[in-house]
Ligand binder design. Structure first.
Ligand SMILES: Cc1cc2nc3c(=O)[nH]c(=O)nc-3n(C[C@H](O)[C@H](O)[C@H](O)COP(=O)(O)O)c2cc1C
Ligand SMILES: CC(C)CC(=O)C(=O)O
Length: 377
């Protein structure tokens, strides 16, 4: 069995020396155990979809409007009843304690102080209750803005127990990941023999679930047997908003709406499940047409710049998620690193809105986005 080494406390780079999200990847790469770096950066098979996500944004240009006569901007949005200072949320990513000793606690503090929503992964290496406590402590005068990511478990009693934990911790929505009937194959992980977590690091949300021995950690079950009926049963067991993560086909978007989901997160899991799935931003117009405004559509995958966020919003997404950049910020600087990643995006979004003649996400319209030949980086 091979497990990556536990992270050392990083020498945090001075925030002003890091200028953008991509630079955080370079710094994190230098700090992380290469086995864990490969796990984070990599994706399924040939990693076509990993590259496609960023390339999708590169093939879109922004066509700005001029002389709009307003000097104030408001980047805030409310997502399923939860306010966010930005139209950006933290997508769920597993195993934060492999990026930094403070793990998800650092991520939660950063998100709370930045006023953005963190999605706590079912595969979090800190329990959702402890993550919520950290968020509450960081900003005592505000309810923690946390969502919980759930893999539906074929044993619905286990699913119910997880949902109750998320509810008890104060999570305000469930992101239900449906793109993993089986786990994606990451050849980097195979080459590195990454098949275990280091001693002392476990998926804490899976500890002491229903009917197990004290201290037992359940394995996450990926099941190709799951169907829409399981989603219906989840719908019946909670009043939390349910957002489906990983639906890509417009017809599935329509079916999801018919089954009463509150929103969709258009996501190909950052290219980590089905390789050659198209870039999410390329799929956005068809998904929006399919759901026809009945529920909000969020998107993640390849968002690295404020201009990417603005393109997705202009096309009609309600908000976008970031995955890898959060892990890189965490690896580089713990809480400060994650905070800086969010603040860099904030500054870039604000600046892009100003240059586009927009004052708020609601001003952004599809005519601001044009397909262009991708310019090589
Ligand atoms: C290291 C890592 C772990 C992830 N873990 C999960 C997970 O446990 N559950 C899930 O639904 N998605 C998971 N994702 C996918 C992210 O939620 C998100 O869809 C993806 O990272 C977005 O693409 P980006 O990394 O290009 O921003 C993970 C992604 C990464 C990079
Ligand atoms: C399977 C999970 C534990 C993590 C995941 O979804 C991922 O690494 O993409």
């Amino acid at each position: 069995m091979t497990a990556p080494a536990l992270p050392r406390l990083p020498e945090a780079p001075a925030a002003h020396t890091v200028l953008n999200l991509r630079e955080y990847e370079t710094i994190a790469r230098g700090l992380l155990d290469p086995i864990f770096y490969d796990y984070v950066a990599g994706g399924a098979r040939d990693e076509v979809t990993v590259r496609a996500n960023e390339h999708g944004f590169a093939r879109l240009g922004l066509l700005p409007r001029m002389l709009r006569g307003s000097d104030t901007r408001d980047l805030g949005v409310t997502l399923f009843g939860t306010p966010s200072s930005l139209p950006v949320f933290l997508s769920p990513t597993a195993f934060h304690r492999l990026a930094h000793p403070d793990g998800e606690l650092a991520t939660a503090r950063a998100a709370a102080k930045a006023g953005v929503i963190m999605t706590v992964g079912m595969a979090s290496t800190t329990s959702v209750a402890d993550v919520a406590a950290a968020a509450r402590q960081a900003v005592p005068d505000r309810a923690p803005a946390l969502w919980f990511q759930l893999y539906l478990q074929p044993d619905m009693a286990v699913t119910r127990a997880l949902v109750r934990r998320a509810e008890a911790a104060g999570c305000t929505a469930l992101l239900v990941t449906v793109d993993s009937p089986v786990l994606g194959i990451h050849e980097r992980n195979k080459r590195n023999g990454f098949n275990d977590l280091p001693p002392g690091v476990v998926c804490e949300n899976l500890r002491d679930l229903t009917g197990s021995e004290p201290g037992h950690i359940r394995q996450i079950a990926m099941s190709a047997d799951l169907g829409w009926d399981h989603l219906d049963r989840l719908r019946e067991m909670t009043s939390l908003p349910v957002v489906l993560k990983g639906v890509l086909h417009p017809e599935d978007g329509r079916i999801a709406v018919a089954h009463g989901v509150d929103g969709l997160l258009l996501s190909n899991h950052g290219g980590r499940q089905l390789d050659t799935a198209p870039a999410t931003v390329d799929l956005l117009p068809d998904m929006l047409a399919a759901v026809a405004g009945r529920v909000p559509v969020l998107l993640d995958g390849g968002v690295r710049r404020g201009t990417d966020v603005v393109k997705a919003l202009a096309l009609g997404a309600t908000a976008v998620g970031i995955g890898r950049p959060v892990v890189y910020g965490l690896a580089a600087g713990g809480e400060d690193g994650v905070r800086h990643v969010v603040d860099l995006l904030r500054e870039e979004i604000d600046h892009t809105l100003a240059l586009c003649g927009a004052t708020a996400p609601r001003d952004l319209t599809p005519d601001l986005v044009r397909t262009v030949p991708a310019v090589p980086r």
